[in-house]
Design a protein around this ligand. Structure first.
Ligand SMILES: C[S@@+](CC[C@H](N)C(=O)[O-])C[C@H]1O[C@@H](n2cnc3c(N)ncnc32)[C@H](O)[C@@H]1O
Length: 390
C-alpha cells in the first residue's frame, strides 16, 4: 500500500488549500503520541492520511478506516502534498502502474449506493468472501441476465476482481470492499435469489469473527426471497457442525446437506482441499417465508452536539458495554481550539464498525461515510451522542 518516508518537517506548513488535485480539509494532532491526521479530498472522495512520527524519519501513509478502494487517489494525495511542500523524501513506493488493466470503478459500490436501491436486474445473488473471484466470475459469465454482488473484506482481492470485470467486459457484477456481516443489513428484504458463502475462514480460535452467526443467518433469511437459498461450502468439519447447529436453531427454513458434490467451478481453496483429499460439505438453507421490510433511513446526525472545552476530558476511554452493543472512544485528536476528531468503534460485538467523528463548535458529523443503516448501529449512535453531549 502506498506510503512515503520523509524527513520531519514543520507541519504548520499544511494549510487548508489546494495542493495540485488534492484539497486539504483539515489536520488533527493525536493527543497521545503527536502523530497527525490530514483530511483530504481527491476527485470528490474524502479520506485521511496519517503522519506517523519517528525520531529521525516520518511515514506519510493512508488511514485504514477511511481508505478509498482506488489506490491511485491515495498516491495522488501523497504525491501532490509532498511535491508542493517540497518534502525531503527518503523512500517512496507511489509509482503508478500504467500498463495494468484499468479498475472498473463503475462496478465498485459503497454502502450509500444501497439506500432505497432498486436493482437493475430481475435476479440478484450475493457472494460473501469471493477471494480470487473464480466462482463469482463463473456465475456471472454463465448467467448474463442476473446480477452478482461480491462482498469481500480483503482490498487486494476486491481490486483484482474489478480488473477481471474490466478484462472480461462483464456488466453483471458489483463489488463491495466491506465486511459482509455488516453489509447485508442495508439490502432490502425479500430481494435476493442466492447467497454463496464458499470456504469461509473457520476462525477456530476466534469464533466471534466467523461470517456465519445467528445474526448473520437472520439477516440472510430476511434478504432472501421466499424460496431463496444460502449456500455454505466448507472443508472444515468444525465449521460444518458449528453452522449446522446455528441453522437448526432457526424457524421457517429448510436445510439440505450434501457431501463432495461439484458446483461447476473449482475455487483456489477448493483445489487445495481436493489435492489433500479432504471432504467438502455443502449446507443449503432455504428461506420458507416472506420477511418484513427492514426499518430504513436511520438518521445518523449529530444535531445539538457541539464541541466544548472540557469534552475530551469527560469522555470515557474504556469500552462501554450495553446489552447487545458497545461503544469505544479510542483516540482523540485536536484540530484547533474549538474542533476535535475522535476515533470510535461501536455496534454489535461480532460486527463492530469504526469511524471518525468531526466534532466542532459549529457542526459535527461522521467524517467520510455515515455508519451502516442498522438498528444496532443506530442504538450505538444515540449513545455516542449522549456521551458527546456530556
Ligand atoms: C478462505 S477464503 C475463500 C475464498 C473463496 N470463497 C474461495 O473459495 O476460494 C475466505 C475469504 O473470505 C473473506 N472474508 C473473511 N471474512 C469476511 C467478511 N466478514 N466479509 C467479507 N469477506 C470476508 C476473506 O478475505 C477471504 O477472501
Amino acid at each position: 500500500m502506498p506510503h512515503i518516508t520523509i524527513r520531519p518537517f514543520n507541519t504548520s506548513m499544511l494549510k487548508k488549500r489546494l495542493y495540485g488535485d488534492t484539497k486539504l480539509l483539515f489536520k488533527a494532532i493525536d493527543l497521545v503520541n503527536s502523530d497527525e491526521m490530514v483530511a483530504v479530498e481527491v476527485k470528490g472522495i474524502q479520506f485521511l492520511l496519517h503522519i506517523k512520527k519517528g525520531r529521525d524519519s516520518w511515514i506519510l501513509k493512508y488511514d485504514k478506516i477511511t481508505r478509498p478502494l482506488d489506490v491511485n487517489l491515495i498516491k495522488k494525495a501523497l504525491d501532490d502534498i509532498s511535491r508542493e511542500l517540497n518534502l525531503n523524501i527518503l523512500n517512496s513506493n507511489i509509482t503508478i502502474h500504467h500498463n495494468r488493466a484499468k479498475i472498473a470503478n463503475r462496478y465498485e459500490k459503497s454502502i450509500e449506493d444501497f439506500v432505497n436501491i432498486k436493482f437493475p436486474f430481475k435476479e440478484v445473488s450475493i457472494e460473501v468472501g469471493f477471494g480470487s473471484g473464480k466462482h463469482i466470475l463463473y456465475q456471472a459469465v454463465n448467467n448474463p441476465d442476473e446480477l452478482f454482488i461480491g462482498i469481500e473484506i480483503h482490498t487486494p482481492s476486491a481490486k483484482q476482481l474489478l480488473r477481471q470485470i474490466e478484462l472480461k467486459r462483464l456488466n453483471n457484477i458489483w463489488v463491495i470492499n466491506y465486511d459482509a456481516r455488516l453489509l447485508l443489513e442495508v439490502i432490502p428484504s425479500n430481494s435476493i435469489h442466492k447467497i454463496f458463502v464458499h470456504f469461509p475462514v473457520p476462525w477456530d480460535k476466534k469464533p466471534h469473527r466467523r461470517v456465519i452467526s445467528t445474526s448473520f443467518l437472520d439477516e440472510a433469511m430476511r434478504v432472501l426471497k421466499k424460496g431463496g437459498k444460502l449456500e455454505l461450502r466448507t472443508d472444515s468439519d468444525n465449521y460444518f457442525w458449528y453452522s449446522l447447529n446455528t441453522f437448526l436453531d432457526k424457524h421457517s427454513i429448510a436445510i439440505e446437506i450434501q457431501k463432495n458434490i461439484s458446483v461447476g467451478v473449482i475455487s483456489k481453496y477448493e483445489a487445495r482441499w481436493l489435492k489433500q483429499k479432504k471432504n467438502i460439505y455443502d449446507i443449503f438453507v432455504t428461506s420458507l417465508e416472506n420477511s418484513k421490510d427492514r426499518e430504513v433511513n436511520f438518521d445518523f446526525n449529530f444535531d445539538g452536539v457541539r464541541y466544548s472545552n472540557s469534552i475530551l476530558e469527560k469522555i470515557p476511554t474504556k469500552p462501554i458495554l450495553f446489552q447487545d452493543f458497545f461503544i469505544h472512544f479510542e483516540r482523540f485528536y485536536r484540530v484547533d481550539e474549538t474542533t476535535a476528531l475522535i476515533k470510535v468503534s461501536f455496534g454489535s460485538f461480532n460486527r463492530p464498525e469504526q469511524k471518525y467523528i468531526y466534532l466542532s463548535s459549529r457542526d459535527s458529523y461522521y467524517f467520510g461515510l455515515n455508519p451502516i443503516n442498522s438498528q444496532t448501529g443506530y442504538k450505538a449512535h444515540l449513545k455516542i451522542k449522549e456521551y458527546l453531549n456530556g
